[in-house]
Ligand binder design. Structure first.
Ligand code: ATP
Length: 234
Protein backbone atom coordinates (compact mmCIF):
# COMPACT_ATOMS: atom_id res chain seq x y z
CA UNK A 1 0.00 0.00 0.00
CA UNK A 2 2.73 2.45 1.07
CA UNK A 3 6.25 2.08 -0.20
CA UNK A 4 9.17 4.26 0.81
CA UNK A 5 12.31 3.61 -1.13
CA UNK A 6 15.65 5.10 -0.17
CA UNK A 7 14.45 8.59 0.76
CA UNK A 8 16.72 11.36 1.95
CA UNK A 9 15.16 14.26 3.82
CA UNK A 10 16.89 17.43 5.02
CA UNK A 11 16.04 20.34 7.27
CA UNK A 12 18.31 22.90 5.63
CA UNK A 13 21.79 21.45 6.12
CA UNK A 14 20.63 18.78 8.60
CA UNK A 15 20.38 15.36 6.98
CA UNK A 16 17.47 13.91 8.98
CA UNK A 17 16.56 10.78 6.97
CA UNK A 18 19.49 8.95 5.39
CA UNK A 19 18.18 6.50 2.84
CA UNK A 20 15.08 5.15 4.59
CA UNK A 21 13.11 2.31 2.99
CA UNK A 22 9.99 0.77 4.43
CA UNK A 23 6.75 -0.82 3.39
CA UNK A 24 3.24 -0.94 4.82
CA UNK A 25 0.78 -3.47 3.41
CA UNK A 26 -2.98 -3.02 3.45
CA UNK A 27 -4.58 -4.10 6.72
CA UNK A 28 -1.41 -4.02 8.80
CA UNK A 29 -0.30 -2.13 11.86
CA UNK A 30 3.35 -1.28 11.30
CA UNK A 31 5.36 0.42 14.01
CA UNK A 32 8.41 2.61 13.81
CA UNK A 33 10.36 2.74 17.06
CA UNK A 34 13.51 4.59 18.01
CA UNK A 35 15.03 7.07 20.43
CA UNK A 36 14.39 10.82 20.54
CA UNK A 37 15.60 12.55 17.42
CA UNK A 38 15.95 9.35 15.37
CA UNK A 39 13.71 10.73 12.63
CA UNK A 40 10.39 9.05 13.36
CA UNK A 41 8.28 12.21 13.17
CA UNK A 42 10.24 13.34 10.13
CA UNK A 43 9.29 10.10 8.38
CA UNK A 44 5.58 10.68 9.05
CA UNK A 45 5.83 14.35 8.03
CA UNK A 46 7.40 13.31 4.75
CA UNK A 47 4.65 10.78 4.00
CA UNK A 48 1.92 13.32 4.74
CA UNK A 49 3.46 15.96 2.46
CA UNK A 50 4.71 18.41 5.10
CA UNK A 51 8.29 17.72 3.99
CA UNK A 52 9.62 16.81 0.60
CA UNK A 53 12.29 14.15 0.14
CA UNK A 54 15.36 15.41 -1.72
CA UNK A 55 15.89 12.00 -3.32
CA UNK A 56 14.16 8.62 -3.29
CA UNK A 57 10.68 7.32 -4.05
CA UNK A 58 7.47 7.50 -2.09
CA UNK A 59 4.41 5.71 -3.47
CA UNK A 60 0.90 5.08 -2.17
CA UNK A 61 -1.05 2.38 -4.00
CA UNK A 62 1.47 2.54 -6.79
CA UNK A 63 1.19 6.32 -7.32
CA UNK A 64 4.02 8.71 -6.63
CA UNK A 65 3.10 11.03 -3.72
CA UNK A 66 6.49 12.63 -3.01
CA UNK A 67 6.14 16.39 -3.07
CA UNK A 68 2.34 16.47 -3.44
CA UNK A 69 0.63 19.15 -1.32
CA UNK A 70 -0.55 17.81 2.06
CA UNK A 71 -4.20 18.37 1.16
CA UNK A 72 -3.88 16.17 -1.94
CA UNK A 73 -2.36 13.44 0.19
CA UNK A 74 -5.32 13.59 2.59
CA UNK A 75 -7.63 13.24 -0.43
CA UNK A 76 -5.77 10.11 -1.46
CA UNK A 77 -6.63 8.55 1.90
CA UNK A 78 -3.67 9.23 4.17
CA UNK A 79 -4.24 11.11 7.42
CA UNK A 80 -1.71 12.15 10.05
CA UNK A 81 -2.38 12.41 13.79
CA UNK A 82 0.58 14.61 14.77
CA UNK A 83 2.66 14.41 17.91
CA UNK A 84 1.24 16.52 20.73
CA UNK A 85 -2.30 16.23 19.29
CA UNK A 86 -2.51 19.75 17.77
CA UNK A 87 -6.23 20.11 18.14
CA UNK A 88 -7.79 23.55 17.66
CA UNK A 89 -7.89 24.60 21.30
CA UNK A 90 -10.32 27.50 20.91
CA UNK A 91 -12.89 25.54 18.94
CA UNK A 92 -15.46 23.10 20.21
CA UNK A 93 -15.12 19.33 19.97
CA UNK A 94 -17.74 19.31 17.22
CA UNK A 95 -15.97 22.03 15.20
CA UNK A 96 -12.68 20.14 15.46
CA UNK A 97 -14.35 17.01 14.11
CA UNK A 98 -16.03 18.93 11.30
CA UNK A 99 -12.65 20.34 10.28
CA UNK A 100 -11.34 16.78 9.95
CA UNK A 101 -13.72 16.37 7.02
CA UNK A 102 -12.67 19.58 5.25
CA UNK A 103 -11.51 17.81 2.09
CA UNK A 104 -14.87 16.02 1.68
CA UNK A 105 -18.20 17.14 0.29
CA UNK A 106 -20.35 14.00 0.81
CA UNK A 107 -22.53 15.28 3.65
CA UNK A 108 -24.25 11.91 4.19
CA UNK A 109 -20.91 10.12 4.55
CA UNK A 110 -19.63 12.85 6.86
CA UNK A 111 -22.69 12.50 9.11
CA UNK A 112 -22.20 8.71 9.23
CA UNK A 113 -18.56 9.08 10.15
CA UNK A 114 -19.38 11.65 12.83
CA UNK A 115 -21.83 9.15 14.36
CA UNK A 116 -19.16 6.41 14.16
CA UNK A 117 -16.64 8.65 15.94
CA UNK A 118 -19.16 9.43 18.71
CA UNK A 119 -19.90 5.71 19.07
CA UNK A 120 -16.20 4.92 19.38
CA UNK A 121 -15.57 7.85 21.75
CA UNK A 122 -18.71 8.38 23.87
CA UNK A 123 -16.74 10.92 25.91
CA UNK A 124 -16.53 13.18 22.86
CA UNK A 125 -20.29 13.01 22.31
CA UNK A 126 -20.89 14.08 25.92
CA UNK A 127 -18.50 16.98 25.40
CA UNK A 128 -19.27 18.02 21.88
CA UNK A 129 -19.91 21.68 22.73
CA UNK A 130 -16.94 21.92 25.10
CA UNK A 131 -13.96 24.05 24.04
CA UNK A 132 -11.31 21.53 22.99
CA UNK A 133 -8.50 23.22 24.91
CA UNK A 134 -10.24 22.37 28.18
CA UNK A 135 -10.36 18.61 27.51
CA UNK A 136 -8.04 16.32 29.48
CA UNK A 137 -4.92 14.98 27.75
CA UNK A 138 -6.54 11.62 27.03
CA UNK A 139 -9.68 13.28 25.68
CA UNK A 140 -7.58 15.53 23.45
CA UNK A 141 -5.82 12.46 22.05
CA UNK A 142 -9.22 10.87 21.36
CA UNK A 143 -10.31 14.07 19.63
CA UNK A 144 -7.14 14.13 17.51
CA UNK A 145 -7.80 10.52 16.46
CA UNK A 146 -11.50 11.21 15.90
CA UNK A 147 -10.67 14.23 13.77
CA UNK A 148 -8.35 12.12 11.62
CA UNK A 149 -11.05 9.46 11.20
CA UNK A 150 -13.35 12.17 9.82
CA UNK A 151 -11.25 12.22 6.65
CA UNK A 152 -12.10 8.49 6.24
CA UNK A 153 -8.44 7.53 5.89
CA UNK A 154 -7.27 4.23 4.49
CA UNK A 155 -3.84 4.78 6.01
CA UNK A 156 -3.58 6.45 9.40
CA UNK A 157 -0.21 7.85 10.50
CA UNK A 158 -0.04 8.13 14.29
CA UNK A 159 2.76 9.99 16.04
CA UNK A 160 3.21 8.94 19.66
CA UNK A 161 -0.44 8.63 20.62
CA UNK A 162 0.48 7.45 24.13
CA UNK A 163 2.70 10.41 24.94
CA UNK A 164 2.01 11.97 28.33
CA UNK A 165 -0.90 9.69 29.20
CA UNK A 166 -1.40 7.73 32.43
CA UNK A 167 -0.89 3.93 32.11
CA UNK A 168 -4.61 3.13 32.11
CA UNK A 169 -5.25 5.60 29.31
CA UNK A 170 -2.28 4.27 27.36
CA UNK A 171 -3.96 0.86 27.45
CA UNK A 172 -7.23 2.39 26.31
CA UNK A 173 -5.57 4.23 23.40
CA UNK A 174 -3.84 1.05 22.22
CA UNK A 175 -7.12 -0.86 22.43
CA UNK A 176 -8.67 1.85 20.24
CA UNK A 177 -5.77 1.59 17.76
CA UNK A 178 -6.44 -2.15 17.45
CA UNK A 179 -10.17 -1.55 16.94
CA UNK A 180 -9.59 1.07 14.25
CA UNK A 181 -7.28 -1.35 12.47
CA UNK A 182 -9.78 -4.22 12.84
CA UNK A 183 -12.43 -2.08 11.17
CA UNK A 184 -10.28 -1.75 8.06
CA UNK A 185 -7.81 1.11 8.50
CA UNK A 186 -4.12 0.44 7.92
CA UNK A 187 -1.88 2.08 10.52
CA UNK A 188 1.70 3.32 10.65
CA UNK A 189 2.44 3.95 14.31
CA UNK A 190 5.39 5.88 15.71
CA UNK A 191 6.00 5.19 19.38
CA UNK A 192 8.47 5.66 22.21
CA UNK A 193 6.50 3.01 24.10
CA UNK A 194 8.10 0.14 22.20
CA UNK A 195 6.55 -2.49 24.44
CA UNK A 196 2.99 -1.48 23.67
CA UNK A 197 3.72 -0.72 20.03
CA UNK A 198 5.26 -4.14 19.42
CA UNK A 199 2.32 -5.78 21.15
CA UNK A 200 -0.23 -4.38 18.65
CA UNK A 201 1.85 -4.30 15.44
CA UNK A 202 2.52 -7.05 12.95
CA UNK A 203 5.67 -5.51 11.56
CA UNK A 204 8.28 -3.16 12.99
CA UNK A 205 11.23 -1.00 12.04
CA UNK A 206 13.88 0.46 14.31
CA UNK A 207 15.17 3.90 13.37
CA UNK A 208 18.49 5.22 14.67
CA UNK A 209 19.83 8.66 13.72
CA UNK A 210 18.10 8.72 10.37
CA UNK A 211 18.67 5.10 9.35
CA UNK A 212 16.65 1.90 9.64
CA UNK A 213 18.87 -0.43 11.64
CA UNK A 214 16.51 -3.35 12.21
CA UNK A 215 13.25 -4.62 10.79
CA UNK A 216 11.12 -7.71 11.02
CA UNK A 217 7.90 -9.02 12.45
CA UNK A 218 6.92 -7.31 15.70
CA UNK A 219 7.41 -10.66 17.44
CA UNK A 220 10.96 -11.03 16.11
CA UNK A 221 11.89 -7.54 17.23
CA UNK A 222 10.27 -7.96 20.65
CA UNK A 223 12.47 -11.04 21.14
CA UNK A 224 15.63 -9.48 19.73
CA UNK A 225 18.41 -8.95 22.23
CA UNK A 226 19.38 -5.57 20.74
CA UNK A 227 15.81 -4.24 20.87
CA UNK A 228 15.24 -5.56 24.39
CA UNK A 229 18.37 -3.84 25.63
CA UNK A 230 17.84 -0.52 23.89
CA UNK A 231 14.05 -0.10 23.91
CA UNK A 232 12.37 -2.57 26.22
CA UNK A 233 14.34 -1.99 29.38
CA UNK A 234 16.51 -5.11 29.27
P1 ATP B 1 11.06 12.60 18.95
O1 ATP B 1 10.49 11.34 19.46
O2 ATP B 1 11.96 13.26 19.94
O3 ATP B 1 10.08 13.51 18.30
P2 ATP B 1 11.87 11.71 16.31
O4 ATP B 1 12.49 10.38 16.12
O5 ATP B 1 10.48 11.89 15.93
O6 ATP B 1 12.11 12.14 17.81
P3 ATP B 1 12.43 13.89 14.52
O7 ATP B 1 11.53 14.87 15.17
O8 ATP B 1 12.00 13.27 13.26
O9 ATP B 1 12.81 12.74 15.55
O10 ATP B 1 13.85 14.58 14.30
C1 ATP B 1 14.91 14.01 13.54
C2 ATP B 1 16.09 14.97 13.49
O11 ATP B 1 15.74 16.13 12.72
C3 ATP B 1 16.52 15.48 14.84
O12 ATP B 1 17.93 15.56 14.85
C4 ATP B 1 15.90 16.86 14.94
O13 ATP B 1 16.67 17.71 15.75
C5 ATP B 1 15.91 17.30 13.50
N1 ATP B 1 14.77 18.21 13.23
C6 ATP B 1 13.46 17.96 13.41
N2 ATP B 1 12.69 19.01 13.06
C7 ATP B 1 13.54 19.96 12.63
C8 ATP B 1 13.39 21.29 12.12
N3 ATP B 1 12.17 21.84 11.97
N4 ATP B 1 14.50 21.98 11.81
C9 ATP B 1 15.74 21.43 11.95
N5 ATP B 1 15.97 20.18 12.41
C10 ATP B 1 14.89 19.46 12.75
Amino acid sequence: MLKIDDINVYYGAIHALKGISLEVSEGEIVTLIGANGAGKSTTLRTISGLLKPRTGHLTFEGQNIAGLPAQEIVKKGICHVPEGRRIFANMSVLENLELGAYTRSDSKGIAEDMEAVFKRFPRLRERKTQVAGTLSGGEQQMLAIGRALMSRPRLLLMDEPSMGLAPLLVKEIFAIIKEINASGTTILLVEQNANMALSVAQKAYVLETGRITLSGTAKELAESEAVRKAYLGG
